[in-house]
Design a protein around this ligand. Structure first.
Ligand SMILES: *Cc1c(COP(=O)(O)O)cnc(C)c1O
Length: 239
């Protein structure tokens, strides 16, 4: 919290956030969707807690983080009244040892891609006497690498998550495959989301769309966008 009064940074964030809101509004209009059906999660990975405070001042209610240590330290640094206004989403890959720690600071976990992770999150949530909102991360590339359950195995994993008493299955999440038109993969995700919802009506979310492909995601039916660099600027390369 060293430069909370840096007015140039606050202006840059205000401007970039307004541009992203314009893009979302335009895409919703083009897709014939209600603007209220699309939620913005601002991905603050690599950027300091001071930026999170500035974003909350600008009306941001949801942030996303992808690395356990960084996220945990950053959330701990937030003043209590800022933390209270914020929903913290964990969007990074998880190992089961990390999974035990994430529910100590995150409200929602987007990256559940196997039963072992779900079990670890369920036990951690139980220890903290709470229920954790989770999404199932789906691999749309067919190449395995950036994490995610395959489309074919997803319904079984959804059933397994729904059995766990301290998890609430909110829906599906995915990253579009690199170097490919995202329209078809996002449509695959949307079809899967509908199939999952038919079995688990509370699984209403489709978390998809980043700085470069949020329009395609909105067209396919995304309910939660995860946007980082278009708002915060490009990330430092060497980390
Ligand atoms: C970093 C990240 C984002 C945001 O990406 P940008 O291109 O910076 O908008 C979204 N989702 C996940 C899983 C990420 O790791």
């Amino acid at each position: 919290m060293t430069d909370e009064t840096d007015p140039a940074r606050a202006d840059a964030l205000r401007e970039a956030l307004a541009q992203v809101h314009d893009r979302i509004a335009t895409a919703c209009r083009d897709a014939g969707r209600d603007r209220g059906s699309v939620h913005l999660i601002v991905v603050t990975k690599y950027f300091p807690a001071a930026d999170v405070c500035r974003l909350v001042d600008l009306g941001v209610t949801d942030i996303g983080e992808n690395r356990d240590q960084e996220a945990s330290a950053k959330v701990a640094e937030l003043p209590e009244q800022i933390r209270r206004q914020l929903t913290v989403h964990f969007i990074g890959q998880l190992q089961s040892n990390k999974a035990r720690h994430v529910p100590t600071y995150a409200d929602v976990v987007h990256s559940v891609d196997r039963g072992k992770i779900a079990g670890a999150l369920d036990r951690a949530a139980a220890e903290h006497d709470r229920r954790l909102d989770v999404l199932m991360q789906v691999d749309l590339s067919g190449a395995q690498g950036r994490g995610g359950v395959s489309v074919d195995a997803a319904p079984r994993l959804a059933d397994a998550i729904a059995e766990l008493p301290h998890l609430r299955l909110c829906g599906v999440m995915a990253v579009a495959p690199l170097g490919e038109d995202p329209a078809a993969p996002f449509e695959r995700l949307a079809r899967l989301a509908r199939d999952i919802r038919a079995q688990h009506p509370e699984a209403e979310w489709m978390s998809a769309g980043m700085s470069g492909d949020l329009e395609a995601a909105i067209h396919a039916g995304a309910t939660h966008l995860r946007v980082g660099s278009a708002i915060l600027g490009s990330r430092p390369a060497a980390r």
